[in-house]
Design a protein around this ligand. Structure first.
Ligand SMILES: Cc1ncc(COP(=O)(O)O)c(C=O)c1O
Length: 397
């Protein structure tokens, strides 16, 4: 049958991440540093099993019934407590549970964008925002960035050139894909530009609690005096990615619109929310985050030491201070497409920078994203050794 597909579906093409994911599925021996997923070793399995058992034994009838759109009160209360302890002022804010924070991007685009509207992002950003933009016919405009994150002058320029800008998408802490954290000073400047051009900010924050040294940048939401920041977070990298649980924090007046724009897909699983509520009631989630951060710190340091050992001159890694990603910069003379194909053939999975580009045809970048969360130290070392060899050959040394 010839399906009469919608334009936005027909125009979709598989991302670089999807391409490599498919390859990894067919090749179990693949040295995979490409997929951005949490290590199952960090999941609090015993505690979640206890929380789940307790929920079914003591609250089973509620757990197996429909729940409210916004999410279960028990779970929202625990999230509120967690955020308040972290210094959020929630007086004018509402929390809405989500089936993963990725869903929040769709909500945001559905709520704010008409066809032809603009979403600003860093030049290299999480591809989920591109999917969200495409489905509503919005245009992504990339803003230049360096090793300290988004370029403030270019943000001002792009905002002035694009009066149809509805929001800026930003993952400001231990970003996917670059691992970069934007300074507080820059965050304040970003907020001022949003005020100047009157656009919203979608602050995507799945990684900030995974700090290696206990340093945390101030969430932009905490600087928000106007109600123009929608803050989205997720338990995927902390408790479980499979349970699909995230939430956003937004101004109370905005919440009904974000909720309505969820359509039919946004109702969260009640047993998941109640299990997480029990888990958070009986465990110290911040302590758990610190432990997960230490787990990834060790992996990150190992990865950086392998890059330093095996990669040729001219390549360098932006050292992550938290989270699960590192951005390895390579000389601009390297052909990324060609090198990526060779790496795959050599059994190494990483994602080239163009896989995250706001405009992959013209802004390819010269870097690879590496996720060091799940592979063992042996796999990380072997992958770096091979990758270093391929890069040396390309550079002729
Ligand atoms: C920056 C960023 N935002 C959102 C998500 C989606 O996370 P979730 O599992 O909560 O949907 C991811 C997942 O990798 C991510 O890296």
């Amino acid at each position: 049958m010839k399906y009469k597909l919608a334009d936005q579906v027909q125009n979709a093409h598989p991302t670089a991440i999807r391409k490599i994911f498919m390859y990894a599925c067919d090749h179990p021996e693949f040295l995979d540093l490409s997929i951005g997923e949490p290590s199952p070793e960090t999941f609090p399995l015993k505690e979640i099993a206890e929380a789940s058992r307790d929920m079914y034994e003591n609250n089973g009838n509620v757990a197996l019934a429909y729940g409210p759109y916004q999410g279960m009160d028990d779970c929202i209360e625990q999230i509120e407590k967690w955020l308040t302890e972290r210094g959020f002022d929630l007086t004018n804010e509402a929390i809405e549970m989500l089936p993963g924070s990725g869903h929040g991007m769709d909500n945001m685009a559905n709520t704010f964008c008409n066809e032809g509207d603009v979403i600003l992002t860093e030049q290299f950003a999480y591809p989920g925002i591109q999917n969200a933009a495409r489905m509503v016919g919005a245009k992504i405009v990339g803003v230049k960035m360096d090793e300290t994150g988004i370029d403030i002058d270019d943000l001002d320029k792009k905002a002035s050139e694009n009066p149809k800008t509805k929001f800026l998408y930003l993952c400001p802490s231990f970003s996917n894909p670059t691992g970069i954290t934007i300074s507080d000073e820059k965050r304040r400047a970003i907020y001022k530009i949003a005020q100047k051009y009157d656009f919203m900010i979608y602050e995507d924050d799945p990684y900030s609690r995974l700090s290696f040294d206990g340093n945390f940048a101030t969430e932009i939401k905490k600087m928000d005096t106007d109600g123009r920041v929608v803050y989205a977070a997720s338990l995927s990298k902390i408790v479980s990615s499979g349970m699909r649980i995230g939430f956003f924090v937004c101004n109370k007046d905005l919440r009904p619109f974000l909720e309505m724009s969820q359509g039919n897909a946004g109702v969260q699983s009640v047993p998941v929310m109640l299990t997480v509520a029990n888990y958070m009631k009986n465990n110290d989630i911040e302590k758990h985050c610190r432990e997960v951060g230490q787990f990834y710190k060790k992996k990150a340091e190992w990865f950086v030491s392998c890059v330093e050992k095996y990669f040729p001159e001219g390549c360098h890694v932006i050292k992550p201070q938290g989270g699960i990603f590192a951005w390895v910069k390579v000389p601009e003379s390297i052909d990324l497409d060609e090198t990526w194909d060779e790496l795959i053939k050599a059994n190494v999975g990483v994602v080239p920078s163009f896989g995250f580009s706001s405009d992959p045809d013209t802004v390819k970048g010269s870097a690879f994203r590496v996720c060091y969360s799940t592979p063992s130290e042996e796999v990380i070392e072997e992958a770096c050794q091979i990758m270093g060899g391929v890069l040396k050959e390309k550079l002729g040394n």
